[in-house]
Design a protein around this ligand. Structure first.
Ligand code: NAI
Ligand code: MG
Length: 410
C-alpha cells in the first residue's frame, strides 16, 4: 500500500492539462502515493446542480490531502442558463466549489509563496535613478485568512426586514434607510478573534521556521476600525511571542501603490480574506504571474494545494497544450513539504530553477508573446515540453543553488 493517498481534482479547462503533468513529476521524485480522481467544477454544476459533489467531499474527508487544478465559474445568469434543463427552476444556485471546500473543511490558512526564480524574464525589474536596471530578489510568502471576511458569503440583495432593522440600529446606516430593497446589496465582513489569531500565528511560525525577519499585517484599520482593527490587534499580540521578528503594518491600498518600490524588503505578509487575495496576487505579479503562482489551503485536518490560476478556457482545447505547468508543479512541491517530504519538494523547485535559469525552454507566457495556436511555431515550449525539461533537470541531479528554495534558504 502506498504511504500517501492524494485526491486529484483536475476540474475544468487547463486544470486537466497541468495536473497530470504534476503527477509525472511527483512520480519521478519517488513520492510514494496513490492518486484518486474526484470530480469538481462546471460540468458537475451543469449535470448535477452542484459544483462540489458529495463523493468528492467524502474522498477529501477520508484522505485529507488534495491536489486541485482549476475550475470555471460564470455569473449567475449564465450559470442558470447552462444548468441541465431538468434541474432548472428547482432552487439550485451556483456557489464556487473552492470557496465551499475551504469552508466545509475549514481550510482557514492560505499560503502563497511569491519567490523569484532568477532568470525568469517575467521577474519585476526596476529602473535605477543612476540609469540602468536592477532586478530585486522578491521572497515573500503571503498568508491569507481563507474562510471569513467578505468571502464568508453572508450577503443579500434586498435584505430581509430583520436585517434592515438590525442595521438601522447603527448610526452609519442612516443614509441608506430609504433605499428600496431591490436597489440595496449588502455584504458582511466577518472576522473572528480566533481566526485572526490563527492566521497571524501561522504567519509568524512560518517566518520563524524559514528565517524571515518581518511579518507585515496588511489591512486598513484606520477606516475598517472594527474588522481590520481586530486583525491588527491580534497581529500585535502574536508578535510578542516572536522576539526577533519585526511586525510591520501597512494599509492595503498604500501597499499596492508602493508594491514595486521595495518588494525585496518584505518577508511574510498576512491579511484577511479579500485583502489577502489582492495582495498575494499583487506580489505574484512581480515573480512571474499566474504561470508561477502556487498556493496551499491548509486546515487542521485537510489540506488542498492548487495553482492560483483559473481554467483559461481559451487555451483549454489547444493541442498541444501551451500553458505553463510551473504553478501546478510548485503547488505539488508545497504538498510534498506539507507531508514532510521536503527533500523531494526542494528537488522539484531546484529543477524548475535550473530550467528557468538556463532559459532554453519557455512557455508562451515566459516569452511575453500572445498565447494561442501560433505560440509553438514562435518558439514557445508546450506544457509537456516544459515538464520534460524539469524532469530532465531532476534526473541530472545537478547541484543548483536556488536561493528561493523554501528549505535551502533558511
Ligand atoms: P485564468 O487564470 O483562467 O486566466 C487568466 C489569463 O492568464 C488567461 O488569459 C491565460 O492567458 C493566463 N493563464 C492562466 N493560467 C496560465 C498558465 N498556467 N500558463 C500561462 N498562462 C496562464 O482567469 P480568467 O480568465 O479570469 O478566468 C477563466 C475561468 O477560470 C473563469 O471561469 C474563472 O471563474 C475561473 N477561475 C478559477 C480559479 C480557480 O480555479 N482557482 C481562479 C481564477 C479564475
Ligand atoms: Mg485570486
Amino acid at each position: 500500500m502506498a504511504k500517501h493517498t492524494v485526491v486529484t481534482m483536475p476540474g475544468d479547462g487547463i486544470g486537466n492539462q497541468v495536473l497530470p503533468e504534476a503527477l509525472r513529476l511527483l512520480e519521478a521524485v519517488g513520492f510514494d502515493a496513490e492518486y484518486i480522481h474526484a470530480d469538481i467544477g462546471w460540468d458537475c454544476w451543469r449535470r448535477q446542480g452542484i459544483a462540489l459533489p458529495q463523493p468528492t467531499v467524502d474522498l477529501l474527508a477520508k484522505h485529507k490531502l488534495g491536489l486541485f487544478g482549476a475550475i470555471t465559474s460564470k455569473p449567475k445568469k449564465e450559470a442558470e442558463a447552462e444548468l441541465n434543463p431538468e434541474l432548472r427552476g428547482k432552487g439550485y444556485s451556483y456557489f464556487s466549489p473552492i470557496v465551499t471546500m475551504r469552508q466545509r473543511f475549514n481550510l482557514d490558512t492560505c499560503i502563497r509563496p511569491c519567490i523569484s526564480f532568477p532568470g525568469n524574464p517575467l521577474n519585476f525589474i526596476r529602473k535605477k535613478p543612476s540609469g540602468g536596471y536592477e532586478e530585486p530578489f522578491v521572497n515573500v510568502v503571503a498568508f491569507r485568512q481563507n474562510t471569513e471576511g467578505l468571502y464568508a458569503g453572508v450577503e443579500w440583495t434586498n435584505p430581509p426586514e430583520q436585517v434592515r432593522a438590525a442595521l438601522a440600529t447603527h448610526s452609519k446606516f442612516k443614509p441608506f434607510t430609504s433605499v428600496p430593497g431591490p436597489d440595496l446589496a449588502i455584504s458582511v465582513r466577518i472576522i473572528t478573534r480566533a481566526a485572526a489569531r490563527k492566521i497571524c500565528n501561522a504567519a509568524f511560525d512560518w517566518a520563524k521556521k524559514y528565517g524571515y525577519k518581518s511579518v507585515t499585517i496588511c489591512e486598513k484599520p484606520n477606516v475598517l476600525r472594527e474588522t481590520s482593527g481586530l486583525m491588527e490587534d491580534e497581529a500585535k499580540a502574536v508578535s510578542k511571542e516572536y522576539p526577533g521578528i519585526a511586525l510591520w503594518s501597512t494599509n492595503i491600498d498604500a501597499q499596492t501603490m508602493w508594491l514595486t518600490k521595495n518588494p525585496e524588503d518584505y518577508g511574510v505578509v498576512v491579511a484577511s480574506n479579500l485583502f489577502g487575495d489582492v495582495i498575494s496576487d499583487a506580489f505574484a505579479g512581480l515573480v512571474g504571474g499566474l504561470g508561477f503562482a502556487a498556493s496551499g489551503n491548509i486546515g487542521d485536518e485537510v489540506a488542498v494545494f492548487e495553482p492560483t490560476h483559473g481554467s483559461a478556457p481559451k487555451y483549454a482545447e489547444l493541442d498541444p497544450p501551451i500553458v505553463n505547468p510551473i504553478a501546478m508543479f510548485l503547488s505539488a512541491a508545497m504538498l510534498l513539504d506539507h507531508v514532510g517530504e521536503t527533500t523531494k519538494a526542494t528537488r522539484i523547485r531546484n529543477a524548475i530553477a535550473a530550467v528557468v535559469k538556463e532559459g532554453q525552454v519557455r512557455t508562451y507566457d515566459m516569452m511575453r508573446i500572445p498565447g494561442g495556436p501560433k505560440a509553438i511555431s514562435q518558439g514557445a515550449a508546450s506544457t509537456t515540453q516544459m515538464t520534460d525539461a524539469v524532469l530532465d533537470k531532476l534526473q541530472t541531479e545537478r547541484e543548483i543553488d536556488y536561493a528561493g528554495s523554501m528549505v535551502t534558504s533558511v
